[in-house]
Design a protein around this ligand. Structure first.
Ligand SMILES: [Zn+2]
Length: 435
């Protein structure tokens, strides 16, 4: 395997507190060193003006395989991940059939290995068939490669099942990722419940549906000592609850998705289903609370909830269209636009929430440029103006609310296991060293 020298970039590795211009040398699939690089290498990458960081990790994506390959496959989703700068993703188990057995988890691992794009880690179902009744075989799922558990797409509605899941997952030091929503309160809901839903005459999903489940589960994490992760946090009160839970020493983490810190529910006035997601777009104060939570560390990580749906599904009427938007290929530019450029987070803060924090959550040996670490590296161009064009996505689906947005940052070159697997071109050169 080849040596790669990444020269002159701004190296940001929050796992080691590094933020300075340096070379990064990769050798035989591992990080050799950060610092002054060697004279020559098999491949030389000119990273001047770029950010060089550990490969980004998205802890929340839907890859739709098996069962909905018309929306996405493990191969296309893992390719979209690379194009978005992610070298590792954790995929949710709401496939058909659900990832609720060792064999199902192993299928994901195998398909990802065949695709040879980003690394893909399966998240197993909490309950058999994601039906919310009987606990899945968590131990077997771990044996098959599952890194966490969730019934995402739906919450674990039963408090007693959630309690047992937290207890049992703790034995494997895995977290339960919860889609927090009291379903009785959101039946028939299309968007956030409030002024906008009333005006539009659309079914509402109250913020309280999320808040109540977050409060319940934090309490269950407290009495079990289990690890609770709140997925796609979207309300002001939920952020407060996580902040308070952390203060009390409870093992709770949270993630926020770009749409929940960039868009509000008034967008639904267009009746465009690319603004329909679950949890829904909320209000201005909720967006501010999510940003505040990201700033003060209440919200540990950024994740996309990449939810591809084929065009014919999203083109249905708003109340019939499925929830969700694609997110992988807009993660970096939208994060930069909404959090970094206005000064809410530094690049180092954002990269921490996309490297060390998700690696810790998933318990995977990634997210660092320490010598000996897997050579997964993302090179970001932070200063390039471009327009988001869904027709250019690698994802099979195009359901994004960000089409036409002018943005300024982008994944440029992505290395996985010491292989350049994605590049916009122009900076990667085979060294001219004579054979
Ligand atoms: Zn969800």
């Amino acid at each position: 395997m080849q040596t790669i020298l990444i020269k002159g970039g701004r190296v940001i590795d929050p796992s080691q507190g590094i933020d300075r211009v340096a070379d990064v040398t990769l050798d035989r699939g591992r990080v050799l060193a950060v610092g002054e690089g060697p004279e020559s290498a098999d491949v030389v990458i000119d990273a001047r003006g770029m950010i060089v960081c550990p490969g980004l990790i998205d802890a929340h994506v839907h890859l739709r395989e098996p069962g909905n390959e018309e929306d996405e496959t493990i191969a296309t989703g893992a390719r979209a991940a690379l194009a978005g700068g992610c070298t590792s993703v954790a995929c949710m188990p709401n496939t058909r059939p659900a990832i609720d057995s060792q064999g199902a988890a192993e299928f994901v691992v195998l398909q990802a290995r065949r695709a040879r794009q980003a690394n893909v880690y399966p998240v197993g179902a909490v309950s058999k068939g994601r039906e919310g009744v009987e606990l899945a075989e968590l131990g077997q799922l771990v044996a098959g490669g599952a890194v966490a558990f969730t019934d995402d797409g739906a919450p674990v509605a039963s408090a007693s099942l959630m309690r047992r899941a937290l207890q049992y997952a703790k034995m494997f030091d895995r977290c339960i990722m919860q889609h927090c929503q009291v379903l009785e309160l959101t039946v028939g809901g299309v968007m956030n419940e409030g002024f906008e839903s009333m005006k539009l005459g659309l079914g509402g999903m109250p913020a309280a549906a999320e808040d109540i489940m977050v409060a319940r589960d934090i309490r269950l994490a407290e009495i079990t000592g289990g690890r609770l992760h709140i997925q796609h946090i979207s309300t002001e009160r939920a952020v407060e609850l996580v902040r308070e839970g952390k203060r009390r020493g409870i093992d709770v983490t949270a993630e926020a998705c770009p749409h929940h810190f960039t868009l509000t529910d008034d967008r639904l006035r267009t009746f465009d289903s690319n603004y329909k997601m679950n949890p829904p777009l909320r209000t201005g104060p909720d967006v501010e609370a999510v940003i505040e939570g990201l700033k003060d560390g209440t919200i540990d990580l950024l994740a996309t909830d990449h939810a591809p749906h084929a065009a014919e599904k999203k083109l249905r009427e708003l109340d019939q269209a499925p929830f969700g938007i694609v997110g992988l290929e807009t993660l970096i530019p939208i994060t930069a636009l909404a959090l970094i450029e206005p000064g809410h987070l530094t690049w180092a803060d954002a990269i921490r929430k996309l490297t060390v924090e998700p690696a810790r959550l998933l318990g995977i040996d990634k997210g660092t440029l320490r010598p000996g670490a897997d050579a997964d590296v993302t090179i970001i161009d932070p200063n390039t103006t471009w327009t988001i064009d869904p027709s250019a996505f690698y994802s099979k689906s195009r359901n994004t609310p960000y089409a036409g947005w002018e943005v300024h940052a982008r994944a440029h070159t992505v290395i996985v296991s010491g292989e350049v697997r994605y590049t916009l071109g122009g900076i990667v050169r085979e060294s001219a060293v004579p054979a």
